[in-house]
Design a binder for this molecule. Structure first.
Ligand code: NAP
Length: 480
C-alpha cells in the first residue's frame, strides 16, 4: 500500500482527524493506497506556516529563489522513473504518455519560471518633462493553488512555479483522485532548499480542503484549474472577499477542417487531439467540423485510424489509450454516449467497455467513440464530456462553421485546418477562443498567454501573464 501524507511547514504529516481516503488505480479498479482526508483545521495550520514563511521567502534574492526551483526541477528528472510510474498508476494514462509529456513538462515548468523571474522587469512611464512613473510588482502573500486530475503534476507545477518564483508562499491541493506525484514532489522540497512553510500541500476533497483554502482570510490569491461548475462556486466565495483569482475551466473545443487542408495531416493529428489521454485534456478537440467536399473521405480515414488505436494496460509500451480516471467519470461519459443516441446520433465506432485481459480486467476502460448525425447545437455537442468521445459534423461555408464553433458557452481552444493562409488568419480572429492552432494541435510555447474566454475561464496563465498574476502592481509617480 502506498500511503500519502500532507506536507506542512517542511514536514510530512498525518491529517489532524487521522481520516484517510482510498486511492484507487483506475486501470485495475483496485485500492492501492490512501491519502489524507484533510479538513479546514489542516488548511489553517498550512496557511499559518505559509504566512510565517512569506517574510523569509519573499525577501530572498531572486537568483537564490531561482536556484532552488532549478534544483527541484533537477530532482524531478533524477527521479523521473518513479514519477512516471506514479503518474500513470494514479491516473490511468499510458506510461509512455507520462514519460513523454507529463513528467518532462513538470520539470520544464519549474525551470521556465525559475529563469523567467530573473528576466522579469516592470514598466516605467515618462510624462514629458513632468514626472516619471515606475511600477513596483510585489508578491501577494499566501497563494492557494488548486489543480485537477487530468494532467496532475503538469498542471500542479504550472501553478506553483510562477507563484513561488514571484516570491509568494503556497498552499496547494492536487485532485484527490491523483495525489501521488504532488506527494513525491513534496518529498523533494527540503532537499531542493525550499525554506520550511514556503510550499505546503494539504490533500483531501475539494469541498473540504479546496473550499477552506479559498475561504481563508490569509490567502491573498487563488489559482484554480478544473471544471466550470467548481469555478463558479470558487468565484462566488472569493469575489466578495476581493481576492485575486485566475480560473482555468472547461471547454468544448472545435476542430475545423476545410476542404483545402492537408487531409492526411488533419486526420492523423485529429485522432491524437480527440483521444490523447483518453480525451481528458481540456484542449482536446471534441467537436470535429469537416467541409462537405471532404467529409466522407475524412470520416473514412479517421475511423480507420481510430480502429487501430491500442487500448490496454497503461504499463504496456504499445498502449495508446489507457483507463479513464474513475468509475464515476467512466459512467458520466457513458451517460453522454447514451444521450447522443437519444439525440439521434449514430455511433460509427466505439462506445463500449473493451475487454482488457489480465490485471486490468476491472479497469475503467472505454473504446474511443466516434459519433455522427447530431445537430451542432444539441447537448452532446455543447456540453463538456471530457472523455474519449468525438462528434463529426459536416459544414458548407466559413460563416456557418464559425457559428457552430462559437455556439457553446465555452471558449477555450480551437484547431483550424486549411492551406489558405488568409482564411486561416481570418477564422482565427473570429473564433471566440483563448487559443487557436492553425494546422497543428497542442504545440505549446510557455511564453504565450494560456486560458479561455466565456465560461472557459477568467485570466491567463503562462509566461509574463502568470508572473503578473502572482504579483500586485503599485505605481510610483516621481515629479521632476
Ligand atoms: P473539478 O472537479 O472542478 O476539480 C478541480 C479541483 O478543484 C480538484 O482538486 C477538486 O478537488 C477541487 N475542488 C472541488 N470542489 C472545490 C471547491 N468547492 N473549492 C475549491 N476546490 C474544489 O475538476 P476535475 O474533474 O478535477 O477536472 C476536470 C475539469 O478540469 C474539466 O472540466 C476540464 O476541462 C478542466 N480543465 C481545465 C483546464 C484549463 O486549463 N482550462 C485544464 C485541465 C482541466 P476534488 O478532486 O477533491 O474534487
Amino acid at each position: 500500500m502506498k500511503n500519502i501524507k500532507n506536507f506542512i511547514d517542511g514536514k510530512l504529516v498525518d491529517p489532524i482527524s487521522k481520516q484517510y481516503i482510498e486511492n484507487i488505480e483506475p486501470a485495475t479498479g483496485k485500492v492501492y493506497g490512501n491519502l489524507p482526508d484533510s479538513k479546514k483545521e489542516d488548511v489553517g495550520v498550512a496557511v499559518d506556516a505559509a504566512k510565517a514563511a512569506f517574510s523569509v521567502w519573499s525577501k530572498w534574492p531572486v537568483q537564490k529563489r531561482s536556484d532552488v526551483l532549478m534544483k527541484w526541477a533537477d530532482l524531478i528528472d533524477a527521479n523521473k522513473a518513479e514519477f512516471i510510474e506514479a503518474e500513470s498508476r494514479d491516473n490511468g494514462k499510458p506510461m509512455k504518455l507520462a514519460a513523454h509529456v507529463d513528467i518532462p513538462r513538470a520539470s520544464a515548468n519549474l525551470r521556465f519560471f525559475a529563469t523567467a523571474i530573473i528576466h522579469y522587469a516592470s514598466e516605467s512611464h515618462k510624462m514629458d518633462d513632468v514626472a516619471i512613473n515606475y511600477t513596483l510588482r510585489a508578491p501577494i502573500g499566501v497563494a492557494a493553488c488548486i489543480s485537477p486530475w487530468n494532467l496532475p503534476l503538469y498542471l500542479f507545477t504550472w501553478k506553483i512555479a510562477p507563484a513561488l518564483a514571484a516570491g509568494n508562499t503556497v498552499v496547494a491541493k492536487p485532485s484527490e483522485l491523483t495525489p501521488m506525484t504532488a506527494f513525491l514532489l513534496s518529498k523533494l522540497a527540503n532537499e531542493a532548499g525550499l525554506p520550511s512553510g514556503t510550499f505546503n500541500i494539504v490533500h483531501g476533497y475539494g469541498h473540504h480542503v479546496g473550499q477552506a483554502m479559498t475561504e481563508h482570510p490569509d490567502v491573498g490569491v487563488v489559482s484554480f484549474t478544473g471544471g466550470t461548475e467548481t469555478g463558479k462556486k470558487i468565484a462566488s466565495t472569493i469575489a466578495p472577499m476581493f481576492k485575486k483569482y485566475s480560473l482555468e475551466l472547461g471547454g468544448k473545443n472545435p476542430n475545423i477542417i476545410f476542404s483545402d487542408a492537408d487531409l492526411e495531416d488533419a486526420v492523423k493529428t485529429s485522432v491524437h487531439s480527440s483521444f490523447a489521454n483518453q480525451g481528458q485534456i481540456c484542449l482536446c478537440g471534441s467537436r470535429i467540423f469537416v467541409q462537405s467536399e471532404v467529409y466522407d473521405q475524412f470520416v473514412e480515414q479517421f475511423v480507420s485510424r481510430v480502429r487501430r488505436l491500442q487500448i490496454g494496460d497503461p504499463e504496456d509500451d504499445a498502449t495508446q489509450v489507457g483507463a479513464l480516471v474513475s468509475k464515476a467519470h467512466l459512467e458520466k461519459v457513458e451517460g453522454y454516449i447514451q444521450l447522443a443516441k437519444e439525440e439521434g446520433g449514430t455511433i460509427l465506432f466505439g462506445g463500449q467497455r473493451p475487454i482488457v485481459a489480465g490485471r486490468c480486467a476491472d479497469g475503467y476502460f472505454l473504446t474511443p467513440t466516434v459519433i455522427v448525425d447530431l445537430d451542432p447545437y444539441c447537448r452532446t455537442n455543447t456540453e463538456e464530456i471530457f472523455g474519449p468521445v468525438v462528434t463529426i459534423t459536416p459544414f458548407e461555408t466559413e460563416e456557418e462553421v464559425l457559428a457552430y464553433a462559437n455556439g457553446t458557452p465555452y471558449g477555450l481552444s480551437a484547431t483550424v485546418w486549411t492551406d489558405n493562409l488568409k482564411r486561416g488568419h481570418r477564422v482565427a480572429e473570429f473564433l471566440k477562443m483563448g487559443i487557436v492552432w492553425l494546422n497543428c494541435w497542442l504545440v505549446r510555447d510557455l511564453r504565450t498567454p494560456f486560458g479561455g474566454m466565456k465560461q472557459s475561464g477568467v485570466g491567463r496563465e503562462g509566461g509574463l501573464e502568470a508572473l503578473r498574476f502572482f504579483t500586485e502592481p503599485k505605481n510610483v509617480c516621481v515629479k521632476y
